[in-house]
Design a protein around this ligand. Sequence first.
Ligand SMILES: [Ca+2]
Ligand SMILES: [Ca+2]
Ligand SMILES: [Ca+2]
Ligand SMILES: [Ca+2]
Ligand SMILES: [Zn+2]
Length: 317
Amino acid sequence: MSFNQSASLARFLDSDTFDFGRSDTVIGMNGLTFLDALGAAKGGNGGGGGGGKPDKPGDGGDGGDGGTGGTLLGSYTSGSQDGTGFNVTINFNGTWTEALQQAFIDAAELISDFITGDITDVRYRGNSIDDIVIEATLTDIDGAGGILGQAGPTVIRSATYLPAMGIMEFDIADAENYDMQGLFNDIVFHEMMHVIGFGTMWEMMGLVDFNEDGTQTFNGPNANLTFDVEFSSSVLLAIETEGGPGTAGGHWNEDGDDGFAFENEIMTGFIDAGNVLSNTSIAALEDMGYETIWDASDPTGATDLIDTTIFTDGLFA
Ligand SMILES: [Ca+2]
Ligand SMILES: [Ca+2]
Ligand SMILES: [Ca+2]
Ligand SMILES: [Ca+2]
Ligand SMILES: [Zn+2]
């Protein structure tokens, strides 16, 4: 927890650490595939380290009934109330504050603002999922520092690999520290993007090229078209290969000699004080199969259509 001392570069979470290459998957009923286990490493600034038991895959649920008092919510669904667009349902488990819930609400609403297309509902345990259900847990893990939490999809649609369920779990001490620094909403958005498949499902979706020189590049045509206009037409769309499991392979490249430096883009693996969401990230969701506000006729116009000011309150920006 030392953003104020360490200039701008801290590890994002390295908690969003999933190695789906290693995970066994089980084809389930109703067109769903259960990802057997979230990968291991989790961490805050200290990096790495194990601990923290993942939720049981698919152990999702019925949450949503009642909060713990005050105006705290038991659950929240983003997007249009008639379900026509892309909806994110968050079930809040554990101990919450309004401010920490607001970070989840803002992230989910932003995602519903740029993913516009409804996905076919799936049935799970008698419930209809429209379009993704996230079990969000705030709990006491190991106090400030150390483990920050973990997040990722737990159940995906077998045909498209688009997630239907996921988890986001944070250590409450760290969540409050990041919130005081104006960065918790950045982190929650970043992790929620992983839950909907950003970085976590790319390899299964065939969107990653593994190059002979050890670099990795994203091969989705929409993101590449956008990247050429938004950042650089002379180099490839680089995926991070540094930072170890969970950081490598699931983010845009931060910096280093492994490709174009995205630095303060929100979907890099290292958090900066002032983060931005690029059109390239939205176009990547389009490549993944989501219907978004991204339009090939104006590839860098998407971010003008949405309000991303939730990222601008970092104290050290
Ligand atoms: Ca919907
Ligand atoms: Ca901790
Ligand atoms: Ca790098
Ligand atoms: Ca960064
Ligand atoms: Zn990440």
